[in-house]
Design a protein around this ligand. Structure first.
Ligand code: 26Q
Length: 803
């Protein structure tokens, strides 16, 4: 028998206000006249959190009672951002909470903006995991997210003289009331040591050292509070907090040193989102969270099941990229060494339970670990990986060498994940097709049914409903709010694209968002922006393949052209950039500096009469995206075709009525299908054309010679026009464009220029632009992460949702 004390849901703003005051007084310990903005935010958070708890318990109870299949989403990254506003909206108290807080004399927006972002991820992959959490709760799928509770999330970016400077991020400096530490849940995670053979396939692994994995739970309420899942993040703790002997001998620092060393495992998120470095600490992080998660889910499984053979019927484990792929070996190890199974039986069970999502085709981005490193950190796992590899070879005697897991003294984690998984998926139709034709071609030939496509999606709760109230209200007025959980309902807007009144509504909502953004940017030193200008936005990690360089080259060329023809009716444009470069990625950091230098030059040029501006607010993150996306007119999705696995920003922009300029890459292909080719600006080489260009070594000279605008900009960059104090600064960029243009920026420049001028023209036809905007919104139904999750449930996990 269990009793739940449920806080009653407030009937009105006064009741909620009194709950907030109660928490301000008794939880925060402050009287109103001494309360800071953070105090108010924390009091509100506690009042809202109270309302999430009882439904959370209900979901947990129902999961056990109904014994449904559970999904475990293992991800090194959960880029969840702020939690308060989403929680308020998901439980349906948005308006009431605002009224309550304003009644208490607080500014709603300022209080919400006080919450630090939980930046436990780099970019797309981490944000996808966060959208999937929201969707798994909303569709009522029993699921857990498992990841790492980093003390420091993705670094904070600032610009010093236009150069990126990184500082440690400190989200835990403030109280974080959304999480509950579960002190009773702790696992000992070992590293190194020795392995002695045991009976049959079993062995005894005696780790050389160990840390504890401590659990912190965050409730994840779905829409309408009908179902709530758990995000469980692991923090590394020492086995012994303090070495008293050493302290007594006067070694005060040494006394705490072993504890500090243990904690380094969950200290900081690795900020590179491609080229893995093969660092020992990274491998330890990966094993740490995978092992803790697997032990935890096995414990939960064994509460109600004795028969291990039921594992694949009750448990689905999703590996978010190869980062948790060591979990393949860990699950098999647990089944053999702790449960006495044979290797073959353990392998079969594991392969029925595990699934792997691939997020990149770039060969240099696929994780590999040195044999020696694996031997010293995880000796037992290395044995198991060798067994998996031998078994795969025995079953496929003619297999090509590229399908080996261990090759040339390296462990290929992509192959381990593929061979150890029941389903392997790509994240867009094009990406999945390329997976089959390139990196996984040989494994695909051996296992032709294993690879499936599940196109990414984003949650319409955060990415329309919460971040764009103007648009939300406009849509609700016309078609009701069913779209929030059934995004295909947006199709009902399609006929409204031809209705002047609806277009006016769209226009007004967009303009209000742009005014708000302009004010926010002005506070960050951007000067005054014209809200009637075309807001042209590229926000994403800095990467050569994402081609921010193409964008800024075109911007500089436009500047040249505007100065040459000052009397043409150039439409006003604001070029907005946002994004961080990995600290060790020199070329990406140089591109940031180039954007800032070109921007400074353009912004200072009064002859343009404000018709071209470049803005690059520092420290782009989830909450900045929530401000930028609703205010965008044009979405830049201009990656080298074949290189962006999917993109998810592309979907968010289109849902918010921005038109896309993009290449036929990732999910852009499917967005074009959904909105129609006349409502999206597609340009440039296709993936196959890029491949053909590269086949004999791409030579950029003809493209540069054929386009005087491009030639001029490259010369300007090389001659120091944008860096007069340091004329050689950008020589490297000129050199790349002329001699090693792997990302075919020069090959696509002319087409990009041409389509941007078509966009200038389209922008002038206001009604038509708004019609296209409406059709973009109407066509976005299939890009809800609810659809993605239902696809996973059906095609990958074989799990049932609540509906
Ligand atoms: C690996 C090893 C060592 C250190 C870091 C990493 C690492 C970390 C993060 C490697 C990759 C990432 C992130 C990759 C990522 O975000 N990929 C994006 O995933 C999105 C969701 O599927 C896609 O939409 C994007 O196209 C893809 O770039």
């Amino acid at each position: 028998m269990s009793f739940t004390h449920a806080v009653t849901r407030p009937e009105n703003a006064d009741e909620l206000a009194s709950a907030i005051l109660g928490h301000l007084t008794y939880t925060i310990g402050k009287p109103t006249d001494a309360a800071t903005r953070s105090d108010w935010r924390l009091a509100l958070t506690h009042a809202i959190r109270d309302l999430v708890i009882a439904p959370w318990f209900d979901s947990v109870r129902r999961s056990y009672a109904e014994d449904r299949k559970r999904v475990y989403y293992l991800s090194m990254e959960f880029l969840i951002g702020r939690l308060l506003e989403d929680a308020v909206d998901n439980i349906g108290l948005g308006d009431m909470a605002r009224d309550a807080l304003e009644g208490l004399g607080q500014d709603w927006r300022e209080v919400l903006d006080d919450e630090p972002d939980a930046a436990l991820g780099n970019g797309g992959l981490g944000r996808l995991a966060a959208c999937f959490l929201d969707s798994m709760s909303t569709v009522g799928l029993p699921a857990h997210g498992y990841g790492i509770r980093y003390d420091h999330g993705l670094f904070r970016q600032s610009f010093h003289d236009g150069w990126q400077v990184e500082e440690a991020e400190e989200w835990l400096r403030q109280a974080h009331p959304w999480e509950f530490q579960r002190r009773e849940v702790q696992y000992r995670i070992g590293f190194g040591g020795t392995v002695t053979p045991g009976e049959g396939d079993a062995a005894h692994w005696e780790p050389g050292d160990a840390v504890l994995a401590a659990a912190y739970d965050t409730p994840v309420p779905g829409w309408g509070g009908k179902w709530t899942n758990t995000l469980r993040l692991w923090s590394a703790k020492p086995e012994r907090l303090f070495e008293l002997d050493r302290f007594n001998q006067g070694d005060f620092v040494g006394a705490a040193a072993p504890a500090i060393l243990a904690q380094t495992i969950s200290r900081v998120l690795y900020p590179d989102d491609t080229t893995p470095q093969g660092k020992e600490l990274r491998l330890k992080q990966e094993y740490f969270f995978s092992a803790a998660s697997i032990r935890d889910l096995m414990r939960r499984f064994l509460i109600d099941h004795e028969d291990l053979s039921q594992l694949p019927d009750k448990v689905a484990i999703q590996l978010n990229d190869t980062h948790p792929a060591i979990g393949v070996a860990e699950l098999i190890r647990v089944l053999i060494d702790d449960h006495g199974m044979s290797f073959d039986a353990a392998f079969e069970l594991a392969r029925g339970t595990l699934h792997y999502t691939n997020h990149t085709l770039m060969p240099e981005a696929l994780e590999r670990w040195g044999w020696d490193l694996m031997q010293s950190v995880l000796p037992r796992h290395l044995q198991i990986i060798e067994m998996i590899d031998r078994r795969h070879e025995a079953e496929n005697p003619d297999r090509p060498d590229v399908t080996r897991i261990i090759d040339h003294g390296e462990i290929r984690m992509g192959n381990l994940a593929f061979i150890g998984s029941c389903r392997v998926n790509g994240v867009s139709a094009l990406h999945t097709d390329l997976m089959k034709r390139t990196v996984f071609a040989d494994l695909h030939a051996l296992h032709p049914d294993r690879i499936v496509n599940v196109t990414n999606g984003v949650t319409p709760r955060r990415w329309i409903n919460t971040c764009n109230p103007g648009l939300r209200n406009l849509i609700n007025d016309r078609i009701g709010d069913g779209w929030v959980t059934d995004l295909d309902e947006l199709e009902k807007l399609r006929p409204l694209a031809d209705e002047a009144g609806f277009r006016e509504g769209l226009d007004a909502a967009k303009r209000a968002n742009k005014v708000r953004l302009s004010n926010w940017l002005a506070d960050r030193g951007a000067g005054t922006l014209d809200p009637d200008a075309l807001f042209d936005v590229q926000i994403k990690r800095l990467h050569e393949y994402k081609r921010q360089l193409l964008n800024i080259l075109e911007t500089a060329a436009l500047w040249n052209e505007m100065r040459e023809h000052p009397d043409r009716d150039w439409p006003s444009r604001v070029k907005i950039f946002g994004g961080k470069a990995a600290p060790g990625y020199a070329q990406a950091k140089l591109i940031i500096k180039l954007i800032n230098d070109i921007g400074a030059k353009i912004n200072a040029d009064e002859s343009l009469r404000g018709r071209l501006k470049v803005v690059y607010p520092a420290n782009y993150n989830v909450s900045m995206a929530e401000k930028l996306i609703p205010a965008a007119d044009l979405s830049e999705q201009i990656s080298t075709a074949g290189m962006e696995a999917s993109g998810t920003g592309n979907m968010k922009f289109s849902m918010n009525g921005a038109l896309t300029v993009g290449t036929l890459d990732g999910a852009n292909v499917e967005i074009r299908e959904a909105v129609g080719p006349e409502n999206i600006f597609i340009f440039g080489k296709t993936a196959d054309e890029v491949h053909a260009l590269r086949e004999h070594g791409y030579d950029s000279r003809p493209a540069i010679e054929a386009d005087p605008r491009l030639a001029r900009v490259i010369s300007q960059i090389e001659s120091g026009e944008f860096s007069p104090g340091d004329p050689d600064r950008f020589k490297g960029i000129g050199d790349t464009l002329r001699h090693h243009d792997w990302f075919v920026v020069t090959a696509d420049f002319s087409a990009y220029w041409a389509i941007q001028r078509r966009i200038d023209d389209a922008w002038k036809h206001r009604e038509d632009w708004l019609r296209k905007s409406a059709i973009n919104i109407a066509g976005m139904g299939r890009f809800s992460s609810d659809r993605s999750i239902r696809n996973y449930a059906e095609r990958v996990w074989q799990a049932e949702t609540m509906e």
